[in-house]
Design a protein around this ligand. Structure first.
Ligand code: MG
Length: 158
């Protein structure tokens, strides 16, 4: 019995913030704005995992009204979600992620991001898919106003 979950997240790109994606700081003139570190990969993946287990979403588990999560390392939130799903009898077996960003180019950062995600999910790096796409200049992503991420995750009974 495999369970599949999907997650989506987007954040604005602003000057004066580091760009953190999948726990990796990526050199760029702008970063993502948010209450936490605004790591859109971590947020989308957390929602995919919680969704597969039908355990709600990241906003309910880590409310942005609580100061505890101010500037939080979102990979710690992801790890906490993985642990709670595990406590409920599920283990993450695989995930796949698409980052939609007009810039920067992600290709050179993909190996480091996959390795960090695999570490937090406690899976082999071969179980973590990650691709970067532009939005062909269209919409808020195409105008460089923000970055969007779509993720899916599969769980099996542990
Ligand atoms: Mg988010």
């Amino acid at each position: 019995m495999t369970r599949t979950g999907i997650g989506y997240d987007s954040h604005r790109l602003v000057v004066g913030r580091p760009l953190v994606l999948g726990g990796v700081v990526i050199p760029h003139a702008r970063g993502l704005a948010g209450h936490s570190d605004a790591d859109a990969i971590a947020h989308a993946l957390t929602d995919a995992i919680l969704g597969a287990a039908a355990m709600g979403d990241i906003g309910a588990m880590f409310p942005d009204t609580e100061s505890e999560w101010q500037d939080a390392d979102s990979m710690l939130l992801l790890g906490t979600a993985v642990a709670r799903v595990r406590d409920a009898g599920w283990r993450v077996v695989q995930c796949d992620i698409t980052v939609v960003a007009q810039e920067p180019k992600l290709a050179t950062h993909v190996p480091a991001i996959r390795a960090r995600i695999a570490e937090v999910l406690d899976v082999a790096i071969g179980q973590v898919g990650l691709k970067g796409k532009t939005n062909e200049g269209m919409g808020f992503v195409g105008r460089g106003e923000g970055i969007a991420v779509i993720a899916v995750a599969n769980l099996e009974p542990s």
